[in-house]
Write a protein that binds this ligand. Sequence first.
Ligand code: ATP
Ligand code: MG
Length: 149
Amino acid sequence: SYRLDEQIRNSILTTEPQWNSKNIDIQLDLEPVEIYADKDLMDQVWLNLITNAIKYSNENEIIQIGISIQSGQIKVAVRDYGIGIPKDELASVFGRFYKVDRSRNRSIDGNGLGLSIVKKILTIHKFSIDVESEEDVGSTFTVNIPINQ
Ligand code: ATP
Ligand code: MG
């Protein structure tokens, strides 16, 4: 087991060049908590979610990352105030090579693989992920991790 809050802090350090160059402010609200998981694989999960939050945000925005404990689960929420995802595309974003409206994203690079990898890694762990989003308002990706007894 390892400290999830420390892992998230490290992911923030790793991605500093990306959020710094867009003048994005990262706000953290991290409950200290230990989890049982493959640390290297989970590094990939946080990197992909944080990279997306930065990529799909405008300059000078904030991104909020929180760890909370709710109804017997650890919840990690990555919230951005960026371009958002249309309602009818929400279910598709975890598919391989899926990108929302290619013309809208034309200037943003990526293969549409990050979230499918996130989903796969979480499924291996029996963790889950939810997404809430509104176009031009922002997106929140929430990872649910059961608390081991
Ligand atoms: P890659 O991660 O492979 O570099 P990608 O970011 O395009 O490329 P995913 O991370 O799988 O691919 O995301 C799939 C699509 O979901 C994105 O192309 C984008 O349209 C949409 N998306 C993902 N995260 C966000 C977000 N935080 N805000 C808005 N749209 C998002
Ligand atoms: Mg991505």
